[in-house]
Design a protein around this ligand. Structure first.
Ligand SMILES: *[C@@H]1O[C@H](CO)[C@@H](O)[C@H](O)[C@H]1NC(C)=O
Ligand SMILES: *[C@@H]1O[C@H](CO)[C@@H](O)[C@H](O)[C@H]1NC(C)=O
Length: 274
């Protein structure tokens, strides 16, 4: 009998430790969200971020935040890294831009809270199963703290995740071209690769696409496409980085963990007096 009690006790303690660890890892605190919001709003207004975009040939305006979110007085992070993710499928210069934004984000936080050892851990995710669902799942389950990929803020996405900031993007769509350019011969092709070739071999006069991609391509093909230029038109599409919206204030999570702890302890106690 005594032995059974001891084994039950050990099992229960194991379960408690497991639960506390699981809950801890799944709980994204409001504090983390507030810190990332405050840091994001500052680095996107920084000279360095502007210079980074310029250096990649992206001359679009980045709208500043109308109000600057306050930094919480303390940063309650029990580790010395932030996990920052972007999609495996990001091409050309995008990984470099994402990583730069992650470095600027972490530097902001480091300076604010004097955390010399805080580092950015970059992870890339295979998003062939669905770009948004994979990135959202990663931030919801704590695989990533922030999704750095430039995610279009459209449809019901804003209600599913917590977007940090937006960048203007003069994207245009096929339907727009059809409506606005009635006299043009519009050739719709899948993907970008052929379109670039058609511009280079002059079988197409214009390529209507995402302005950011066009800026970047033109910058890197100055010699082969000397007369090429980007003209902005169409509707503005906003995009940004995001974190989970499944966060809770840390006091709530502490209460939950403690609650589980006490109720399990009570069970153990009752087993002992039986
Ligand atoms: C930072 O890391 C160094 C060495 O890796 C260590 O000596 C130092 O105590 C750490 N500082 C903090 C604030 O954790
Ligand atoms: C131009 O490029 C496109 C896309 O790669 C290709 O399909 C087409 O055959 C090319 N035309 C000429 C004349 O080279």
């Amino acid at each position: 009998m005594k032995q059974l009690e001891i084994s039950l006790f050990i099992i229960t303690i194991t379960i408690i430790i497991f639960l506390v660890r699981v809950m801890d890892s799944l709980t994204i605190s409001k504090n983390l969200v507030d810190v990332i919001d405050a840091a994001s709003s500052r680095y996107i207004a920084s000279k360095e971020w502007r210079q980074t975009l310029d250096s990649f040939g992206i001359y679009l305006q980045t709208p500043g935040c109308t109000s600057l979110p306050q930094y919480p007085s303390k940063f309650e992070l029990s580790r010395n890294y932030l996990t920052l993710c972007y999609d495996n499928e990001a091409f050309d210069i995008w990984p470099a831009i994402y990583r730069k934004s992650g470095e600027l984000l972490v530097n902001e936080i480091k300076q604010q809270y004097k955390l010399d050892n805080l580092t950015a851990v970059f992870k890339t995710l295979d998003t062939t199963a669905g770009y948004f669902s994979v990135m959202k799942n990663a931030v919801d389950t704590g695989i990533c703290d922030v999704s750095l990929s430039a995610t279009a803020i459209s449809g019901d996405r804003p209600s599913q995740v917590h977007f940090q900031f937006v960048v203007s993007d003069g994207s245009v769509f096929q339907s727009y071209a059809q409506q606005q350019l009635p006299k043009a011969t519009i050739k719709s092709i899948p993907g970008y690769d052929d379109a670039w070739n058609m511009i280079l071999n002059k079988t197409a006069h214009a390529f209507v696409a995402d302005a950011l991609d066009l800026y970047v391509w033109v910058r890197y093909h100055k010699s082969s496409c000397a007369t090429c230029k980007v003209i902005l038109f169409g509707d503005e599409l906003r995009f940004g980085t995001f974190i989970t919206n499944q966060f809770q204030s840390s006091s709530v999570s502490t209460w939950r963990v403690e609650n589980v702890f006490w109720s399990l302890l009570l069970i153990v106690f009752m087993m002992f007096i039986n």
